[in-house]
Write a protein that binds this ligand. Structure first.
Ligand SMILES: *[C@@H]1O[C@H](CO)[C@@H](O)[C@H](O)[C@H]1NC(C)=O
Ligand SMILES: *[C@@H]1O[C@H](CO)[C@@H](O)[C@H](O)[C@H]1NC(C)=O
Ligand SMILES: *[C@@H]1O[C@H](CO)[C@@H](O)[C@H](O)[C@H]1NC(C)=O
Ligand SMILES: *[C@@H]1O[C@H](CO)[C@@H](O)[C@H](O)[C@H]1NC(C)=O
Ligand SMILES: *[C@@H]1O[C@H](CO)[C@@H](O)[C@H](O)[C@H]1NC(C)=O
Ligand SMILES: *[C@@H]1O[C@H](CO)[C@@H](O)[C@H](O)[C@H]1NC(C)=O
Ligand SMILES: *[C@@H]1O[C@H](CO)[C@@H](O)[C@H](O)[C@H]1NC(C)=O
Length: 587
């Protein structure tokens, strides 16, 4: 018997040694072959559907040079990966260092090939490129059912033997460590203490001992853990993951699995479920999930998740204000949102009006100091001058907090009537205060929106048949904004041209260099040299299917760049609306 135990333990340790590395993060549930085959392609270093193109040859992953790349080549890559098609080609993006060779160069595809390796190219490994020219693609994901409340995501970090290890857990044979999970049922015992209910799973120390927080060491035969009732049902899936490195994550279990992973220090699962959070954020139009995840992140001290949730809420603030979750928002969360410059709102007056109505709704449950504290986070100097005039009569809380309003109105009026030089010479003017910085204002005259225009084209091909394809046309808009939002600049206008380019040709026509497609540009048509103390921190908002903002980009040399460090939220297709926002600021 003893010998049997020892053998089993040894065998388990061997399995542990074999697996462990080689992470596979498969959001769409495509069954992927764990052993790559000659000619396989993958996307590395981006999101699910984008990244550096890599191809497997002679047992090694290598990259592809960007010479001559266009959508035809990208189509082949995306279809080989079973995406419905290609969205765009990414040139010149730094996807972290590629360790392998550059396998392909001067690639020419018709666009109809099933495998990238069947397109024509020089020969394997022959190229005059450096890794700086590694090409990337973004595939289209429409058609993959990524949205919808019951979507399920597979996390799979296994390389092999995973199924056998699952059987070991399921059978419980030879298990030597019991884990009892208890949670309050919500009822009370006769003696007044909360009634607890629990269940026990039996596991193997040899497996659990990789994670010290289980205390699965010599001389300890089991632990008891107190978890929330909602998590009870997912506990056994969590322990099974420790064996198999695989788990199906659903909307209902993701928060629980994340909590268990962080409680027991299972880092990989924690990171992956953390990443899933940003995938599911746009799925809930009631905003309850986003708000509850924020609160959860705040409780557990997960700063990345917290930022991820609040950024989504800031970008989609307007929808939040009309959602069922709005009136249940905590003071802390509303307060945190009001500190942000990336809050997307029509204008600052909307925000004031909105915060006032939130406070009124809450009534006396919010102390007077807290009310003032929230209202002070409104950037009064940014309120349009016309609205400042009506403020005393239109504000519902003016009479209650008159001193605060008066002080801030005065500040706002000074900002609007004094020249910058006079403002800075005033000792009370704090140039670095956020009160003088715009948020992202989408109302006129600061913003314009456009869609990529798409038309169906007919094309007569070499076999005398018509092919249908879609062609994008360049879109452009002209907007006029004042030089600055202070009233004294009311009559100094700047004309801006906003473009969305779909290919190199359109960029060249405009004399612009584009790095990926589509590319957006927002350029002044007048010289700005006269306005040296004004800096434009313009932004591009990318809205998905007309319903949520999934990305906000900065401009560099008038071209939109993805400057966000936080992960972007997914958009299942490329029906973006592009909203350009002009944001002048004194410097
Ligand atoms: C997506 O889901 C819908 C409804 O559940 C289904 O009709 C459709 O076939 C699915 N699409 C794909 C590509 O799986
Ligand atoms: C593990 O042991 C430590 C120290 O004895 C204890 O504080 C901790 O609660 C134990 N963990 C579990 C999950 O029982
Ligand atoms: C987690 O628990 C929920 C019920 O609370 C259940 O629907 C879901 O299938 C469970 N998921 C996993 C991965 O155990
Ligand atoms: C946001 O609001 C718009 C307009 O009311 C609505 O069409 C859209 O579906 C909302 N988006 C979300 C994610 O709730
Ligand atoms: C203030 O209220 C008046 C009357 O209700 C309204 O006409 C006016 O537009 C309001 N001002 C602003 C800036 O909303
Ligand atoms: C862009 O398309 C969306 C969805 O089709 C539509 O709701 C919106 O009005 C369009 N916006 C512009 C600026 O054309
Ligand atoms: C923008 O950059 C972030 C961080 O580098 C990345 O996670 C995200 O996928 C990028 N988005 C796009 C559309 O490239």
């Amino acid at each position: 018997m003893l010998v049997h135990r020892k053998l089993l333990t040894l065998w388990l340790l061997l399995l542990l040694h074999v697996s462990g590395s080689a992470a596979r993060f498969n959001l769409f549930g495509h069954k992927k072959n764990p052993v790559p085959q000659e000619g396989d392609v993958r996307l590395f270093g981006g999101g699910v559907a984008d990244g550096r193109v890599e191809i497997y040859h002679e047992g090694q992953w290598g990259t592809v040079c960007d010479d001559d790349w266009d959508l035809a080549e990208a189509q082949v890559v995306c279809r080989q990966l079973r995406f419905p098609g290609a969205h765009s080609v990414v040139i010149g993006k730094d996807y972290s260092k590629a360790p392998g060779p550059i396998w392909l160069d001067d690639l020419k595809c018709q666009g109809t090939e099933n495998y990238l390796s069947t397109c024509t190219f020089k020969s394997w490994g022959t190229s005059d490129c450096s890794h700086k020219e590694d090409v990337g693609v973004i595939c289209e994901t429409s058609g993959s059912n990524v949205t919808g409340r019951d979507s399920s995501y597979s996390l799979d970090h296994s390389i092999s033997l995973s199924d056998e290890r699952g059987q070991i857990f399921d059978s419980g044979s030879g298990c030597d460590f019991s884990i009892t999970v208890m949670s309050a049922t919500g009822n009370t015992e006769e003696d007044g203490t909360p009634e607890m209910a629990g269940s026990t799973v039996c596991a193997h120390k040899a497996i659990l001992s990789q994670f010290p927080l289980f205390n699965a060491s010599e001389g300890i035969s089991g632990i008891t853990v107190d978890i929330g009732q909602a998590c009870q049902q997912n506990f056994s899936s969590f322990i099974r993951y420790i064996y198999t490195r695989k788990v199906e994550v659903t909307f209902s279990s993701v928060q629980c699995l994340h909590w268990l992973a962080s409680k027991f220090g299972v880092k990989q699962l924690m990171e992956d479920t953390g990443r899933l959070f940003s995938q599911i954020l746009p799925e809930d139009a009631t905003f309850h999930t986003q708000v509850s995840l924020y609160e959860y992140a705040a409780e557990t001290g997960d700063l990345v998740l917290q930022e991820n949730c609040i950024q989504y809420l800031a970008w989609n603030y307007q929808n939040l204000t009309s959602s069922p979750a709005w009136t249940q928002l905590s003071v802390e969360l509303l307060g945190a949102l009001l500190l942000r410059s990336d809050l997307v709102v029509p204008d600052e007056y909307f925000l004031l009006w909105n915060v006032e109505s939130w406070i009124r709704e809450k009534g006396d449950s919010i102390s007077s100091e807290t009310q003032v504290d929230l209202l002070k986070r409104i950037r009064f100097p940014m309120i349009p001058a016309e609205a400042l005039n009506d403020l005393e009569s239109n504000s519902s809380l003016y009479a209650t907090h008159e001193a605060m309003y008066r002080e801030n109105l005065l500040k706002a009026l000074q900002f609007n009537v004094l020249l910058f030089g006079n403002l800075v010479s005033n000792p009370k003017f704090d140039k670095d205060s956020d009160d003088y910085r715009p948020r992202i204002y989408t109302a006129e005259p600061w913003s314009t929106a456009m869609n990529r225009t798409q038309n169906r084209q007919m094309h007569y091909n070499q076999y005398n048949q018509y092919n249908q394809y879609y062609q994008y046309y360049p879109s452009s808009r002209v907007i006029n904004t004042p030089v600055h939002n202070s009233l004294i600049f009311k009559n100094n206008k700047i004309q801006w041209e906003a473009n969305v380019f779909n290919n190199q040709q359109e960029c060249s026509n405009r004399g612009v260099r584009c790095e990926s497609f589509p590319s957006a540009r927002l350029a002044p048509q007048n010289s700005l040299s006269e306005w040296r103390h004004i800096l434009f921190r313009n932004r591009l908002l990318l809205m998905c299917q007309g319903t949520y903002i999934f990305q906000v980009q900065d401009f560099k040399n008038h071209m939109a760049v993805n400057g966000s460090l936080a992960p972007a939220y997914p958009c299942p297709d490329d029906q973006y609306t592009y909203q350009f926002v002009v944001r002048p600021e004194y410097v």
